[in-house]
Each structure stands twice: as structure tokens, then as C-alpha cells.
Design a binder for this molecule. Sequence first.
Ligand code: PHB
Length: 391
Amino acid sequence: MKRAILAALGFATTMAVPATAEDIKVGLLLPFSGVYAALGNDIEAGFQLGLEQFGADSGATFEVIREDTEVKPPVALGKAKKLILQDKVDVMAGIVSSGVLGAVRDMIDGAGVPLIVANAGNDEATGAACSPYITRMSFSNRQINRPMGAWMAEQGVKKVFTLAPDYAAGRQMIDAFAAGFTAAGGEIVGQEFTPFQKTQDFGPYLAKAQASGADAVYVFYAGGEAIAFVKQYDSFGLKADLPLYGAGFLTSPLYVNAEGPAAEGVITALHYVPTLDNAANTAFAEAFTAATGRAPSEYAVQGFDSARALVEAVKAGATDRDSLAMALRQVRFDGPRGTLAIDPATNNLVQPIYVYETVAGEAGLTQKVLAQLPAEADPLNGCAMPAVTTN
Ligand code: PHB
């Protein structure tokens, strides 16, 4: 921390370095290999763009040290330990898998290193296992899926069969969907959880869905599993009789063109689509496309907003792990997703949710927004944290 050293040397008011200059060491913990590798790369691209755009006038320099979780909780734990103890990072950002977030939670909380969650939706991390050091700039699993359950019931869908990978995110997303759907009068007629990162043939599960008497299927799959699932669903011939719905990662703009026509007509819910019509999103989409050659996805915007949150915390005067953690809990800004604010009671983000249909566009598949569901803070879900204190 440059400022602390300069102050100790009596240079705090000299002209050599602006009085607010800081070196902030950031540990970026993401999957760069495994089933979520593309997601990690997109988050990193968004994060770097955010640092470039917002960091320039912050008076701080940001040194990013990246580590690959491989989507494996024990590997991620070892990498988190290295970033905290060996690299002595001031702050960490990243984490895609809910399972990985669950694994590193105690280490983050115990070490008192702020973590900006740039994807993993693990409800526990902003619920019973919340921490003043964990702030989420992505979404919670509940936040996306519960309102979608209610919306589908309101559209007249009555009986649903669900499918998801068998790990924390799959379980939490489907539980939240089922709670919203049944509370609004729907019925779950069958559920299957497929072995995570191991299932290549979804055929046996699709046969069960077909025989279940459901009038729709609701799923959570992401990354490589989403591509395989959507293609197999279509080639199994199910789409016409059994419409496919899900959490919007299923047809993410990051890989929807790899799914091709099989993704057309799939209706899903998500906290961001690149077709949102607002000035911040237009500017972001242009800058991201110029930098990467592709449209931004929800993963890209999560990385971008995570970097912005970090810069906002630094601009608010945060200089070390504790003050960064406290400042991150108070972040609020208008970004590509609309108005975002951290709920300091849980440290989860409050944001609108969009229901969108994947449709054919002029340059490949695109996202048609069907409905905007209101931004709602998650319930405490057992979260008890010290209140935010302002300096
Ligand atoms: C998660 O594990 O929380 C997760 C992973 C990938 C997604 C969304 C959520 O696209």
C-alpha cells in the first residue's frame, strides 16, 4: 500500500505521487479450465475492461494475480490460500461455482479478505453463511429462479419436470424455482439431478421427462453442459410438445450460437441480457465487443461490475482489507443491468430479473425480453452480520 508507506515516510503531501495513490493487489480466482472455463474467461475480460474504464482516474493501480480453480473445490481452496497467505492480496474477485464458493467461504471469512463474488449464486453465502467479507456482484440462485416459477405459473404452465446438475447450484436453483412455482399454483411432476461434469448423454433423463405428464421442462445448466443439453433436447424431438424453460445461463449469449437453432424458442430468466436498451449497456456492449470481438454475456457484465465495485470502494477512500470490505457493502450505481445496489443486510445484489426468449436475429441468435420482474432483496435466510459503519 503506497499511501501507508509514503505517510510513514512523511511524504503524504508531496507532489511525487497523488495523495490517494494505492497499489491494490487483486486475486482473481476463476475457472480457466474445466466445464466452466469459457465463463471464467468472459468474467476476466469484463473485469479487465472495468478496471481500464473506471480505474483510470481512481489514483490507484491494480495488480491482478489470476489463479485457475479448475471448477474443483479442493483446488480452489489451495489457490485461495496461496493468494491470501503468499501473495497477500488486498481483495479477491471471481468464483464461478457455488460448490467452490462453499469451499472457500470459511477461509475468506477467517482471513478477513474481501471477496467480490463475480458469479457463484450460492444462497448460503449471502444467507446463513454470510460474511462481512463476502459481497456479491452477480446474483443469488434464489433471486433468478423463484420469480421465474411464479411467472411461469401466471402464464398458465401447470405441470413441470425439472433437471439440473447435482451440486449446490443445481439443487438451490431448482428448489427456488419449485417454491415459486408451487406457491403460485403449479405442480412439480418429477425431478432429476444429473452427475455434475460427468453427464454426456441426457437421453435417459429426457425419456423420464417425456413420460412424466409434464407440460413443460425447467432446467439449470451452464457452460459445456448447457450446450450439450439444449442440443440433445432438440434432437430428442421434445421441444415442440414440451417447451423448454430455465435459468437464463442455459442460453447464455456466450455460447448460444454453439447451440444453434436448438436454442430457438427457449424461454429463460436472467439478471442481464446484452439487448437491454439503456445508455450504460450500449456503451458497455460496444466497448466489450471492440475488445473481444463478441457480444457481452451475463458473465462479462458480472466481471465488469465487480471491477467497478472495487474501484468505487477505492474511490470512497478504502485502503485495506477491512475498509475495502466495508465500502463494498455500500456500493450502488447505474450500470448496464440497470440500477444496482448491495443490500448490506446480506451483501447480495438487488437487481431486476429479465425473462427472455432466444430468437433468430440478423447476426445469429439474440435475446427478446418478454418481461421485467421487479428487483427484490433476498430474505435474510439466517444471515446475521455486523451492521455497516460509515467513516
Ligand atoms: C454456480 O455454480 O453458482 C453457477 C455456475 C454457473 C452458472 C451459474 C451459477 O452459469
